[in-house]
Design a binder for this molecule. Sequence first.
Ligand code: RP5
Length: 172
Amino acid sequence: MAKVGIVMGSDSDMPVMAQAADILEKLGVDFEMTVISAHREPDIFFQYAKSLEEKGVKVVIAGAGKAAHLPGMCAALFPMPVIGIPMKTSDLGGVDSLYSIVQMPSGIPVATVAINGGTNAGLLAARILAVSDQELLGRLKVYSESLKNDVVTKAEKLDKIGYKEYLGQMKK
Ligand code: RP5
């Protein structure tokens, strides 16, 4: 049963939303994913958001761009955590989406990640679920450890070959 509902306002958001799906898959968290526009199909959106709790979804990740009302509307209808991903946009660079999502009025919270922050949205959803799931918490700790090891390996390589060679290899 899907624990995380991933929803995006347009399939143009897919490359970013796929980052959230990828990390959830890696961590063994079940999710469902769909495209629903709150303004182009409000009736379908309402049915979707109202059905999430009954389906067993515990966290929603909603991505939207421009006048990005989808995460806020999810939070209005779904009573558990909603994470909003502001999409980078062609005209205003995603600051429009960021301000729309992060500036939720008091009472209906949306946890907002960075512009195009798909991976962190997935990780935050997993961390929320890990509050009551020790095995998932263990997998999250292993993931964090792997990030640390990556940096240590890079520092060792830099020490060994020097910055010019390191930079040259990065440009290849
Ligand atoms: C929002 O408008 C979507 O979330 C998307 O980021 C943005 C543009 O949508 P399209 O015009 O690409 O469908 O609804």
